[in-house]
Design a binder for this molecule. Sequence first.
Ligand code: HMH
Length: 221
Amino acid sequence: QKKIGMTETWLKKHRLLYNGATRHPLIISIRDGTINTASFKTWLAQDYLFVRAFVPFVASVLIKAWKESDCSGDMEVILGGMASLEDEISWFKTEANKWGISLSDVVPQQANKNYCGLLESLMSPDAEYTVAITAFWAIETVYQESFAHCIEEGSKTPPELKETCVRWGNEAFGKYCQSLQNIANRCLQKASDEELKKAEVMLLSVLEHEVEFWNMSRGNV
Ligand code: HMH
């Protein structure tokens, strides 16, 4: 009687929080074109630091996948994700240059430190693969759903922000998120009740951290 689509069930159950993370006022302001430059620059600078911490996290998930005896194709999906992070870091550098941001001077804000702390806790060998892959899927999916919303029909996203939105909102990234979701669902299907509970709590924690992350940009409104 184990659930087949656990992640879908959880997203329905926690819809309000999920919408809070994927339809945040910052995202809405990008979509309707009312975003101010300072907010975007804050997000860009902070996200660069986050992505740098995200790389070792993804590497740790890769190690967990390899240690799982039945990691049918998980490694390829995770490795692909890791490979695109190299391009992503270069993109952040180019983009920061365009906006006149000196990345070496960026100081992480508290919400960013907290989120990176969560990633670090998941890097521990004691953290279960199921919990880590659930977090990984949720982290990527929030960005996919958020930025896809900014490039939908009828959006008024400023042209200079289009590229950012397409980076996470594009269909290929959507397919990648779907692959992560399939892996998470497979793990959750065979997880113990205790592990299931931990993974659900982790999903909520990721969503809360995502809201706090967007909130950092509000300091400039
Ligand atoms: C805060 N969440 C945050 N930054 C990102 N770059 C992603 C998710 C997606 O990789």
